[in-house]
Design a protein around this ligand. Structure first.
Ligand SMILES: NC(=O)c1ccc[n+]([C@@H]2O[C@H](COP(=O)([O-])OP(=O)(O)OC[C@H]3O[C@@H](n4cnc5c(N)ncnc54)[C@H](O)[C@@H]3O)[C@@H](O)[C@H]2O)c1
Length: 281
């Protein structure tokens, strides 16, 4: 059987290191021609045997950079089938921050985590439609979608959520996460309407909402300290993303897929309580 994404192509943002790099590798391993982009100068194309690849140094906040990446990808590969909007940054920001500090933080944190997803979506969508359908996977966080979110009930594989037992984890991140969480909650405002607008074009739009996953960002967050128990592996989250794509054109859309630390990393059944929005019918 040919690999899942044989003849298809994908763009992954923020793919020099971390989870984005694992997403790009997983897509290439499934046969996709993959374009990666990152602000890091050391971003490099992931050539795998028989599959072409591109890399761009680009800032997801800059419209000209976004056009350069998407147009460059389409010029090289003739279309686009999968967009994984992964680039993200975290900074400690909180309610009592000074306004000047906050303005810079806003541009950085909301700029990358929300505006970047918005710009890449807008640039990619015409090509996904022109190709007869495809996938957008926006990378969110479990802060927007925990087992303690009131409207949600635990996944059958996570009956007592969260991490290591105990009471359900309430939604939201810590007190120093206001801009990060605002941006990630904002992704709902793109994922859900896009899923409705694009259903008729065969474009599925979902978000992955994972908990602590080993990456450059997570290691920076914990300094020299140990990573939390049950920290997930980027490769396992990437395998889940592939399983989401493998559902095909009739698969779920408009959903936040919770990936709970300490529990099996798999797709909840379609239509499970972990849904934020049903696909438009
Ligand atoms: N690691 C976790 O525990 C965790 C949990 C939930 C969600 N996430 C999300 O997963 C995504 C990937 O995070 P990660 O943990 O791999 O982080 P990471 O810092 O290891 O990787 C993020 C990548 O994005 C790139 N990037 C940052 N700003 C950019 C910009 N302006 N333009 C282009 N690229 C840019 C970075 O250079 C880096 O290569 C992020 O959206 C993050 O919010 C991470």
């Amino acid at each position: 059987m040919p690999p899942l994404l044989d003849g298809k192509s994908a763009i992954v943002t923020g793919a020099a290191v971390g989870i984005g790099n694992a997403f790009a590798r997983a897509l290439a391993a499934e046969g996709a021609a993959v374009t990666v982009c990152d602000v890091r100068e050391d971003v490099h194309a992931l050539e795998t045997e028989g599959v072409a690849a591109l890399a761009f140094v680009a800032d997801v906040r800059a419209p000209d950079d976004v056009r350069r990446v998407v147009d460059g990808h389409v010029a090289r590969f003739g279309g686009l089938d999968v967009l994984v909007s992964n680039a993200g940054v975290w900074r400690a920001t909180t309610a009592t921050d000074d306004l000047d500090k906050t303005l810079d933080d806003y541009e950085a944190v909301v700029g990358v985590n929300l505006k970047g997803v918005f710009l890449f979506g807008r640039a990619a969508i015409p090509h996904l439609i022109a190709g007869g359908g495809g996938h957008i996977v926006n990378i969110s966080t479990d802060h927007v979608c925990t087992c303690g979110t009131p409207a949600l009930r635990p996944h059958e594989n996570a009956p007592d959520c969260p991490w290591t037992g105990g009471p359900p984890r309430p939604p939201g991140g810590g007190p120093a996460m206001d801009l990060y969480d605002a941006a990630k909650w904002g992704i709902n405002g793109l994922t859900i309407p896009w899923s409705k607008a694009l259903a008729e074009h065969g474009v599925r739009v979902n978000a992955l909402c994972m908990g602590a996953t080993d990456s450059h960002m997570l290691r920076g967050f914990h300094g020299d300290g140990p990573l939390p128990p049950h920290t997930m592996r980027a490769e396992d989250v990437a395998a889940l993303m592939i399983a989401l794509l493998a559902e095909g054109p009739q698969g779920r859309t408009g959903q936040n897929i919770n990936v709970a630390v300490g529990h099996r990393i798999d797709l909840p059944p379609p239509g499970s309580p972990y849904i934020f929005a049903e696909a438009s019918s």
